[in-house]
Design a binder for this molecule. Structure first.
Ligand code: ATP
Ligand code: MG
Length: 274
C-alpha cells in the first residue's frame, strides 16, 4: 500500500520557487523570488481582485511564463518535468478552491477507494482514517455512504483536505479562502503543521493571516510585499485568537438558532458600547 501512495508523487519535494511576473500595467513585481519549503505556512492577503487566486493558480498549473501574470514556477530549483505538468498524480500540489465540488456521482467511500486505487484491508483502513480526519474539520459529519454530490461546500473541502493529506500525501496545499466554508480552520492548520505540509492560504481572515510564517501582500495583480511578522505582532496573536474564538462561538450559536443576549458577550460587555 505504501508503495502505491509514494508512487503518486515520486520526486521528493524540497523547494518550490515562484519567479516574478508583471502587474496589470506590465510592471515587474516587487520580489526576486519566493521560496516555499516543507512545513512553511504562507498567507496571501489583498483586496478583492488584487490577484490572490491568480497567484495560487500559477503554482497549481506550474506556470512557465504562460499565464496572464507571466510568473514561472520551479520545483527543487528547476522547471518542472513535462510528466509533472501533465500527470495530476505526479503533481506535488493540491489546490482547494472556494468552488471545489466533486461532480462524480460516487459515494465518499468509492471516491476515496478510487483515489487509493486498491481495495485491501489497509486501503479500507485508510478510507476510515481519511473520513475521520475530515470529520475533525467539519461540524456536519461525513459518512462513507454519503454521495459526493450531496456533500456541502464545507464538507467537500474538509474531505479533500483530508484526502490530500492521508491519501495523496501531497506536500504542497493551496487553500483559497478556506475560512469561508465554515470549517474548523485551527484544526486544519494544526493538522497541516503536524504533517509538515507546505501551505499557502489565500485569506481575508486576520487570525489566519497572523499565524502564518509569512504574508504575501497583493495589489493590482502583483506581489507588493512579503512580510515576516515581527515579535510585536506575534505577541498580539493570543489576544486576536481570543476575539476569534468568541466570534466562532457566536457563529455556532447563531447557526444553532439561538438569540444572542448580552451575557453571551465576553465579560458580559456589549461588543460596541452604547
Ligand atoms: N498580474 C496580472 N496581470 C493581468 N491580470 C491579472 C493579474 N493578476 C490577476 N489578474 C486577473 O485579475 C482578475 C482578478 O484576480 P483574482 O481572481 O486573482 O483576484 P482575487 O484577489 O483572488 O480576488 P477575490 O478576493 O475577489 O477572490 C482575474 O481575472 C485575474 O486573471
Ligand atoms: Mg480569489
Amino acid at each position: 500500500m505504501r508503495a502505491i501512495i509514494l508512487s503518486m508523487c515520486s520526486e521528493q519535494f524540497m523547494e518550490l520557487t515562484v519567479l516574478p511576473g508583471t502587474n496589470r500595467c506590465g510592471e515587474i513585481e516587487g520580489f526576486d523570488r519566493i521560496t516555499l519549503h516543507p512545513g512553511d505556512t504562507v498567507s496571501i492577503v489583498g483586496s478583492t481582485g488584487s490577484g490572490k487566486s491568480a497567484f495560487i493558480n500559477d503554482i497549481e498549473v506550474l506556470a512557465q511564463g504562460d499565464t496572464v501574470t507571466g510568473r514561472s514556477i520551479l520545483i527543487n530549483g528547476a522547471p518542472p518535468s513535462d510528466e509533472m505538468v501533465r500527470d495530476p498524480a505526479k503533481k506535488p500540489i493540491a489546490l482547494i478552491t472556494q468552488n471545489t465540488r466533486v461532480i462524480a456521482d460516487l459515494t465518499v467511500c468509492r471516491f476515496l477507494a478510487l483515489h487509493i486505487r486498491a481495495r485491501d484491508t489497509y486501503a479500507l483502513e485508510l478510507i476510515k482514517r481519511t473520513v475521520a480526519l475530515a470529520n475533525e474539520f467539519t461540524g456536519e459529519k461525513i459518512s462513507e455512504s454519503m454521495r459526493m454530490t450531496s456533500l456541502s461546500g464545507g464538507q467537500t473541502r474538509s474531505l479533500l483536505i483530508a484526502d490530500a493529506i492521508m491519501i495523496g500525501q501531497t506536500p504542497i496545499l493551496l487553500l483559497d479562502e478556506v475560512e469561508n466554508a465554515g470549517i474548523f480552520k485551527e484544526k486544519v492548520i494544526r493538522c497541516l503543521k503536524h504533517y509538515h505540509k507546505a501551505v499557502i492560504f489565500v485569506t481575508h481572515d486576520p487570525l489566519l493571516a497572523m499565524i502564518t510564517d509569512r504574508r504575501i501582500v497583493m495589489k493590482n495583480g502583483a506581489v507588493t510585499g512579503v512580510i515576516e511578522p515581527d515579535g510585536a505582532e506575534r505577541e498580539m496573536v493570543s489576544h486576536i485568537a481570543g476575539i476569534d474564538a468568541f466570534l466562532v462561538e457566536l457563529r455556532e450559536r447563531i447557526r444553532a438558532g439561538d438569540l444572542i443576549r448580552s451575557d453571551h458577550l465576553p465579560g458580559n460587555k456589549p461588543l460596541v458600547p452604547a
